[in-house]
Design a protein around this ligand. Structure first.
Ligand code: SF4
Length: 447
């Protein structure tokens, strides 16, 4: 069971030295109980206390990393059931399946699709994160060849290699263990030998068992065999089973601190019907799957799933923001238009996108309104005439432009007179209400 703040406090040095950045040991203990700080922050803690607290302060869902360097996927480490309580920590990974009994052409096509799956949405790169190589042929030699071929073609893409055959697993791991793949395929019938292989090659192990009792018994056994890093598969198939199993696993890990189920979950959403696959994957994104295996890559499905994941894994208490500054779009001259908006990410990316579409070089003044959209910021008193005027003065833009005209969003047309009063020498132009009106507006504005 997790220790309370007071129980943790009893094990701390109680010197209130503040080296951990907290005013007292009790304050630090409370934060540690909520898993908001790391035990390492206290340099004076005794080895004995460290041992006792280490387990208690470990995240209830073990963090697992698959792959290396920039493209490594980090999963697990979640601490809450609902995202309104606290931000979900590590976004789930979308993984596409390659079967080793597919033709080489088909495998190459899927790998190419993974390599080109990346899209840029509100400043974040979203993509298919990894490839799941399935030993469907049951042929260790073919499996090894396919793993070799994929890993040389897409060396930086994390791999999940899936086989129940320890010989095939070892043959593949000899090639790519340095890239830290996930070895998926431990079950009740091969547990000892698969644990040995995972331990030998220092990789995480995917564990499958039907039902949570069998699954937790298996993870305990594997832990006893010396493998700590696991990803769990409760063999749920229907949407109902996935929802039930994932919820029970997350609840057991978080609310009961039940360590045998405190691992990231892999969900197999791969279905022949793309719409059904998208719906199952959606369930996985919203309900606790850390890895979601897909059968195919289609742009419409990617866009829907990437967007959903991005929304679920952003902090609902902190609006997405961009930096306050004057952004140059194209190569503006001193005569180019100057528009202003707020620093809500979505607003910025929509407005800047429409300015780019206009092909009119422009400056876009993005004002810090704590990540609120234009109307909300105006209603909250953060996008007012005096604040806009002050921002323009402080930005130094007056020295860069000869045309002292500021285009404001049509939604705050009411501010134009007041801004002109506070910005002597400037003319305020009311732009369109919606960003999609900007291309036509800017093209006529230029002339
Ligand atoms: Fe207490 Fe350790 Fe923090 Fe010092 S560094 S205040 S001893 S918890």
């Amino acid at each position: 069971m997790a220790l309370t703040g007071v129980e943790i406090f009893k094990l701390l040095p109680k010197t209130n030295c503040k080296k951990c950045g907290h005013p007292t040991c009790l304050a630090f203990a409370m934060k540690l109980a909520q898993r908001q700080v790391s035990l390492d922050a206290c340099p004076d803690i005794s080895e004995e206390a460290k041992q006792k607290l280490g387990e208690a302060s470990a995240p209830p869902i073990r963090p697992i990393t698959i792959g290396v360097a920039d493209r490594a996927i980090k999963i697990g480490e979640e601490t809450v059931l609902f995202r309104h309580e606290k931000k979900f920590v590590n976004p789930c990974a979308f993984v596409v399946e390659v079967k080793d009994n597919m033709s080489d052409e088909e495998i190459n096509r899927i790998v190419d699709e993974v390599l080109t799956s990346e899209i840029d949405r509100v400043g974040q790169k979203l993509r298919i994160d990894a490839i799941f190589v399935n030993n469907s042929s049951n042929d260790a030699g073919r499996f090894e060849d396919v793993v070799r071929s994929i890993s040389s073609k897409a060396s930086f893409i994390p791999l999940i290699i899936s086989t129940n055959d320890p010989v095939a697993a070892e043959a593949a791991l000899k090639l790519i263990s340095d890239k830290k793949p996930l070895l998926h395929g431990a079950n009740e019938s091969n547990v000892e030998v698969m644990a040995d292989v995972a331990k030998k090659y220092k990789v995480s192990l995917g564990v499958s068992a039907k039902g949570l009792d069998a699954l937790s018994a298996l993870t305990e056994k594997i832990k006893g065999l010396g493998v700590d890093d696991m990803v769990i598969d409760p063999c749920a198939n229907t949407a109902k089973e996935i929802l039930e199993a994932n919820t029970m696993i997350r609840r057991s890990a978080l609310k009961k601190n039940f360590k045998p189920l405190g691992y990231p979950i892999i969900t197999f959403a791969n279905r022949d019907d793309s719409m059904l696959e998208a719906m199952i994957a959606t369930l996985g994104v919203t309900k606790y799957s850390s890895i979601i295996v897909l059968k195919s890559i289609e742009k419409w499905k990617n866009l829907a799933l990437f967007t959903l994941r991005q929304n679920i894994y952003t902090d609902p208490q902190v609006p997405m923001q961009v930096e306050q500054k004057i952004y140059k779009i194209g190569e503006p001259t001193p005569e180019s238009p100057l528009a202003i908006t707020t620093n809500f990410s979505l607003t910025y990316f929509i407005v800047s996108g429409e300015i780019e579409n206009s092909k009119v070089p422009c400056r876009l003044a993005v004002m810090d309104c704590e990540g609120l959209s234009v109307l909300t910021a105006w209603a909250a008193g953060k996008f007012t005439a005096s604040k806009i005027a002050q921002f323009i003065k402080d930005s130094g833009i007056e020295n860069e432009v000869t045309r002292r005209e500021l285009i404001i969003p049509g939604y705050v047309a009411i501010l134009s007179g007041a801004i002109e009063e506070k910005l002597p020498g400037w003319k305020i132009i009311v732009g369109p209400r919606e960003a999609n009106g900007l291309p036509a507006f800017l093209r006529s504005y230029r002339n």
